[in-house]
Design a protein around this ligand. Structure first.
Ligand code: APR
Ligand code: PHB
Length: 393
């Protein structure tokens, strides 16, 4: 097989890149190791920045998002029994966020790609095994599909295969730097068949740990609890989960957490990670393949989208003019935005979670930080600006 851009990974990064390239008249092939049902079932975050919604709209992938997405104009911070609302449009010149699950975006992009007979091939069950000669003019992706080993010869390879993929590991160790931080806690996440007990997301800082109240629809709630890294989800009965959530969300005044049947439980470790540069020869890394953020800032998906928008633009520029200028600038352009998201995600995480060894001094600092956001329009605007998303460069 031969194509212009070989895309490894059919998550949001790879699928959206395929869509953008197709619309720019550039051939590509997407190789996804898992089957379609697995990819469509995977539960991930669900907050879209305005820029992400705009990109999906511009490439014709927003029909259901426009119908079912929930526009949110604020988030709530809870601490010490207090509730503080951060007004997003007020602080950002009118910007807001949209609640729409990543898994729904993946379903929409797959359906669009498969519905278009002239669209780029999307192979499920196609596991990339190696990327050969990434720094040559014609890199080759070796992959296994339907029990056979095959090759895909490309002009460019896009490594969109997530944190556990092969793309970032293909780059020789002496050509990269990695930056990493592991956190001493995880998120226990649940999906519950109960209307959300709030209109907007609640981020709660409690002495017993962080909790987040999010949602998937007017009938389905998504909630998270900070738990130790070695947690066995079997130790968490539904009742224990609801009790702990109710404790951590407790607030002065009238408010109650509605309970309902829990339909799914997950455990997510928290990690910050960046691999630099995001390019090696003709191999370009995008999304989780190049960086991970802890989910507290809701930035993972949005960063994957800004990477592939930057990459698609650079590839289109090369296609039209022969110039490699934007491709040469790809890594530096993306990394500027990536590090802003790393900084913000780290800030949200460290401000709202309690480390097991946290000192009373650090507790006081966290509360002072939250009090600052609650009382200073400048501090509140700084949070809001980052939460709705920095401009796509
Ligand atoms: N060959 C083919 N496909 C692969 C391979 C491989 N060797 N290794 C991994 N994959 C596939 C995975 O099965 C997955 O579907 O690559 C895809 C990577 O998708 P994601 O992990 O969703 O990463 P990305 O598209 O960058 O999206 C980033 O995902 O983890 C969340 O919070 C993160 O929202 C962010 C988003
Ligand atoms: C989610 O809805 O899954 C979600 C929302 C906000 C976050 C993280 C996850 O910060």
């Amino acid at each position: 097989m031969r194509t212009t851009v070989g895309i490894i990974g059919g998550g949001p990064a790879g699928l959206l890149l395929a869509r953008l390239l197709h619309r720019a008249g550039i051939d590509c092939v997407v190789l996804e190791s898992r089957d379609r049902a697995y990819v469509e079932r995977r539960q991930r975050a669900g907050i879209l920045e305005q820029g992400t919604v705009d990109v999906l709209r511009a490439c014709g992938a927003s029909e259901r998002l426009d119908r079912e997405g929930l526009t949110h104009h604020g988030i709530e911070l809870r601490f010490e029994g207090r509730a503080h609302r951060v007004d997003l449009p007020g602080a950002t010149g009118g910007k807001s966020v949209t609640v729409y699950a990543q898994t729904e975006i993946v379903k929409d992009l797959i359906a669009l790609q498969l519905a278009d007979p002239a669209g780029p091939p999307l192979l499920f069950g196609a596991e990339a095994l190696a990327i050969e000669k990434p720094d040559s003019a014609a890199p080759v992706v070796r992959f296994r599909h339907e029990g056979r080993e095959q090759t895909l010869t490309c002009d460019f390879v896009a490594g969109c295969d997530g944190f556990h993929g092969i793309a970032r590991r293909t780059v020789p160790a002496d050509r990269i730097r990695t930056f990493e931080r592991a956190y001493p806690y995880s998120w226990l996440g649940v999906l519950a068949d109960v209307p959300p007990s709030c209109k907007e997301l609640i981020y709660a800082r409690h002495q017993r740990g962080f909790a987040l109240h999010s949602m998937r629809s007017p009938r389905v709630s998504r909630l998270y609890l900070q738990v130790p890294n070695d947690t066995d989800t079997a130790d968490w009965s539904d009742e224990r989960i609801w009790d702990e959530l109710a404790t951590r969300f407790a607030v002065d005044g009238e408010w109650a957490l509605e309970r309902g049947p829990i339909t799914a439980t997950s455990l997510t470790p928290m990690r910050s990670f960046v691999q630099e540069p995001m390019r090696h020869g003709r191999l370009f890394l995008a999304g989780d393949a190049a960086h991970i953020v802890p989910p507290t800032g809701a930035k993972g998906l949005n960063l994957a989208v800004s990477d592939v928008v930057t990459l698609a633009r650079a590839l289109a520029h090369h296609h039209q003019t022969g110039s490699t200028e934007l491709l040469d600038g790809y890594s530096a352009t993306c990394l500027r935005r990536v590090w802003q998201a790393e900084r913000f995600s780290y800030f949200m995480t460290e401000t709202l979670h309690r480390r097991p060894d946290q000192s009373p001094f650090e507790d006081r600092l966290q509360l002072a930080q939250l009090d600052r956001i609650a009382t200073s329009p400048t501090a509140s605007a700084e949070l809001a600006e980052n939460y709705v998303g920095l401009p796509l460069s």
